[in-house]
Design a protein around this ligand. Structure first.
Ligand code: FES
Length: 138
């Protein structure tokens, strides 16, 4: 009887291990977004799939801001007239540097590291937050 219980226990353990994945997949946090020349100067380019704004400035280079509101995660919009980020869900407003101007957002928007790869493409790493003053000159 003990051998039977042991065999059943081992089998159940194998079934549970098979059903519960040991690796969870999510979108990659580091990804290429294209060549520098793909991005215009002036208002930022919004990449909807990645939920980021890519800024390109002639004198200061590239910067990447998160489009995810720090309140409950809605996607913010960038308004060229005041250069602020506005959240459509509960009215939070963020300054051009991502600082909270009007709540309920509790924290500033994140800014992410942007680098140039060997093949000349821009890479964004959402695991690496940087100060809003961070720039990549290309
Ligand atoms: S999710 Fe942006 S203000 Fe609530």
């Amino acid at each position: 009887m003990a051998a039977l219980c042991s065999a059943v226990g081992v089998s159940l353990g194998a079934v549970v291990r098979f059903l519960v994945p040991s690796v969870f997949y999510g979108p990659p946090q580091s990804f290429k977004i294209g060549n520098p020349g793909d991005f215009p100067y002036g208002p930022p380019t919004f990449l909807a799939d990645e939920k980021i704004f890519v800024f390109r400035d002639r004198e200061r280079g590239f910067a990447v801001a998160s489009a995810v509101c720090t309140h409950l995660g809605c996607t913010v919009a960038y308004f060229q007239n005041d250069r602020d980020f506005h959240c459509p869900c509960h009215g939070s407003v963020f300054s051009p540097t991502g600082a909270v101007l009007h709540g309920p957002a509790p924290r500033p928007l994140n800014w992410f590291e942007i680098t140039l790869t060997r093949d000349g493409q821009l890479r964004v790493d959402k695991d690496k937050t940087v100060p809003p003053t961070y720039r990549l000159m290309v």
